[in-house]
Design a protein around this ligand. Structure first.
Ligand SMILES: [Zn+2]
Length: 166
């Protein structure tokens, strides 16, 4: 009986630690200090539901669902929440993943954190100004950087012809 209780207690501790680890992954962004900070109800009000789910809840849009996959004009891709210019059309490429992909960000545009949503570490990418979750960075991109910024199109807005400078 005692053994069983210990076993249950052990399982509880494990669940707690696992929970904390998950919270930790999500909190890296939420706890950060950003230039633009709003409470949750305000984000819900100004963002569409799909934008809110990606930018604030770190969800991932369905691959192939963003019209920005096919955007080939010159311009800047800005944060859908705060309009900070994040990527230039010059660094966009077709990664065939179904998500808009870039091999480089604009200067001082994004920050990264490590997340464990899939239980192995990934480099999470968010807007450095408002903390909105954008997507992930992988190291299988094309030259010259070898990086692939795999970004949810719903987290971006496209500004054609705008000067893609920070
Ligand atoms: Zn932003």
């Amino acid at each position: 009986m005692v053994d069983r209780r210990l076993l249950l207690a052990g399982a509880g501790v494990f669940a707690l630690l696992a929970g904390l680890r998950w919270l930790d992954g999500g909190d890296v962004v939420a706890a950060g200090s950003f230039e633009i900070q709003k409470d949750d109800s305000e984000w819900r009000r100004i963002l569409t539901k799909p934008q809110y789910e990606v930018l604030r809840l770190h969800r991932t849009e369905i691959p192939g669902s963003s019209p920005l996959n096919h955007e080939t004009r010159k311009g800047a891709f800005v944060c859908a929440a705060c309009e900070l210019a994040l990527f230039s059309s010059e660094t966009k490429y077709d990664s065939r993943t179904g998500w808009p992909s870039f091999y480089q960000t604009l200067p001082d545009a994004v920050a990264t954190a490590t997340d464990y949503v899939l239980l192995f570490p990934r480099t999470e990418v968010h807007c450095r100004r408002c903390g909105g979750h954008l997507g992930h960075r992988f190291e299988d991109g094309p030259p010259p950087t070898g990086l692939r910024y795999c970004i949810n199109g719903v987290a971006l807005a496209f500004k054609p012809d705008s000067i893609a400078a920070s």
